[in-house]
Design a protein around this ligand. Sequence first.
Ligand SMILES: [Fe+2]
Ligand SMILES: [Fe+2]
Length: 297
Amino acid sequence: MTSPASVKQRPLAGASVGIPPRNIQFAHQYYSKRRYPIADNAFASSFIAVLSGIFPPGERFFVESVRHFRDQITDPVLKAQVSGFIGQEALHGREHERLNAIFSDMGIRVDFAEKGVGMGLAILARFSPEQQLACTIFMEHFTAIFGESFLQHRQFRDACEPESLKLWTWHALEELEHKSVAYDVYTQVSNSWRLKLQAGPLVVAAILPGILASLVAILAHDNQLQKRHIKSHLKGAAMLFGKHGLLKHVPRRIPDFFKKGFHPSQDDTTALEQQWRETLFGKQGLLSEQLSTPTLQ
Ligand SMILES: [Fe+2]
Ligand SMILES: [Fe+2]
């Protein structure tokens, strides 16, 4: 008979290649329900809520675009990495859905983001599977930059609501752990330079309007589009896009994707990943308990 302990220890395929899907159900019930959980700032908090809103449909798109080519992968290591990638992304989507349900209960219209970006993804889904995968590797490049910035930006993390911070930190770490997988699949099944070049403008045209429109709609719904809010919004925008903001590296690093010879692993984040694996899942890790009792709710 198989004991529960031996079930827990059995390595998943992804785990054997450093991409373990960690089945954590975050204790969202302890979310503080501060309306603006990032530094009490409406703009920054709404932007982060938009990101949470777009992750479930986004992660489904990523998973499907990689899964389409799964059977063409023969290399056992890449096969295992694909398995880990799919498992991690599926769990990210699930936990963001649970967090989004909290936002919805609070009257924060994350569904605007989900629908807006969902429409953009539906447009991308009309392109060839190869083009969709090229779009995925472009968006994974963004999530890797975002993940790295999030883990490095102490000041922004300190401004976050503590319960949801755990989710964002877990997600950021795993984005780094699997950042090369979709890219390596693309290299094997297509590697078209043209499709890669097209992915950038396609993603921007299909996804950015939904992000911006839903951000404005969420702020409008919260009655936050009055003149007197401008100063606070500028402060929030600086927290995200300013000289010392969370996303300050994005404009500089996005173009790397289009350079000849680019590979996600060229930005070496192994030490950062190791540091955060220890912080989250080490002996005294912040999430060790949730990890060992995955049915916690
Ligand atoms: Fe993810
Ligand atoms: Fe990802």
